[in-house]
Design a protein around this ligand. Structure first.
Ligand code: UT7
Length: 335
């Protein structure tokens, strides 16, 4: 059976940096509150009117990943795009990447698993490679949150957290079973779907009525999060799914070379690190600079970790995510 190896990784973030001090001018918040509760110091937001969209940012990240893999766009056989903030309600952004990369009419799949989206997408790509259906798959996580956030005091518990950006990986088939993705683990618990959700634009609402009402007080068009509830579930599920990945493959936490957790909150990563007794060298965090970029957070972090020399050939890497759904997932891989 074939194994999937990550051949190239890249990321792109918009150049408009929004600091906590910038947010203090828009809403009743403080740098101290944001840093103490989340660890976030700044995030990147797409400027209104810019060419950056989830698909164009995804394409920029993809071009870097493809080049680092030593490939050309036409070598890609299948695209998987994870996002909760697509360019359009439909079609999904995968097809736009196919067009923007200028490649032939290959398949493009969109994944809707929010913060766990990238790990879910990686798992799907891994199955295609294992069955021999494709040899080279592009996996993207990209988000544009800033255009959909309530940047007033009313929305401060959510809007200070999220940032924009994209990350991408190219995975390829390899016959060496000591390398590549060792296993992936996917979970969901739909009973908590509305604890972290954006309810407003949905097909159960009659569009003509929405247009007629046009109610500026309708906050259902902004994301809602029951922060404490989500936090408690996040730490429990992340630890569970990391241990699941390790025990499936006969490893202990101290054998992880680098854990790349979804960047939801620095306090969540620190809690997980402490419980698993991992050293600072074993965990990668960059939420301080980017905030929570949901499906993009793990590939952006992986790309930065690689650029900083924190990932070397042969390293045991664990990816773990938790988010809206609830969904949670992990992947264990040998770089
Ligand atoms: O990526 C998907 C998964 N997401 C997560 O895992 C996120 C999980 N949750 C969290 O990270 C945290 O719950 C938050 C960072 C979202 C919130 O932190 P918290 O410690 O749970 O704060 P809280 O919601 O309990 O709010 C505490 C206080 C409240 O004031 P009162 O009622 O105590 O007077 C809030 O109104 O902090 C207030 N508050 C703020 N104050 C200043 C909420 N947001 C802000 C803000 N600035 N931005």
């Amino acid at each position: 059976m074939h194994h999937s190896v990550i051949k190239g990784v890249g990321h792109y973030v918009p150049d408009n940096i929004v600091s906590n001090a910038d947010l203090e001018k828009l809403m009743d918040t403080t740098n101290e509150w944001i840093v103490e509760r989340t660890g976030i110091e700044e995030r990147c937001h797409v400027k209104r009117g810019s060419d950056d969209t989830p698909s164009t940012m995804g394409t920029k990240a993809a071009r870097i990943a493809i080049e680092r893999a030593g490939l050309m766009p036409e070598d890609i056989e299948f695209i998987i795009f994870a996002t909760l903030s697509p360019d359009y309600y439909f079609p999904g952004p995968g097809v736009m990447v196919q067009q923007q990369l200028g490649i032939k009419e290959i398949g493009a799949l969109d994944v809707r698993n929010q913060c766990s989206g990238f790990v879910y997408a990686l798992s799907v790509a891994d199955q295609f490679i294992k069955t021999g259906m494709y040899k080279t798959v592009l996996v993207i996580g990209s988000e544009l949150h800033s255009g959909g956030l309530d940047m007033t005091t009313r929305g401060r518990n959510v809007s200070v957290i999220f940032g924009d950006g994209a990350g991408a990986v190219v995975i390829q088939a390899c016959n060496d079973d000591r390398q590549g993705i060792l296993s992936t683990h996917l979970h969901s618990e739909g009973k908590h779907a509305e604890e972290l959700a954006l309810i407003g634009p949905n097909t159960g609402r009659w569009v003509p009525e929405i247009i007629e009402t046009n109610n500026p007080e309708d906050i259902s068009y902004y994301p809602y999060m029951n922060g404490n509830f989500v936090f408690r579930h996040a730490v429990t599920r992340l630890i569970e799914v990391i241990v699941e990945a390790l025990s499936t493959n006969g490893f202990k936490p101290n054998e992880i070379d680098l854990l790349i957790p979804h960047q939801a909150n620095l306090r969540i990563s620190q809690f997980v690190q402490k419980k698993l007794e991992l050293s600072d060298d074993q965990v990668f965090n960059n939420i301080m600079k980017y905030g929570n970029t949901t499906a993009a957070s793990i590939p952006i972090a992986m790309s930065e970790a690689w650029e900083q020399g924190r990932i070397s050939k042969g390293d045991l890497i664990c990816l773990a995510a938790f988010g809206s759904g609830f969904t949670w997932a992990s992947a264990l891989l040998r770089w």
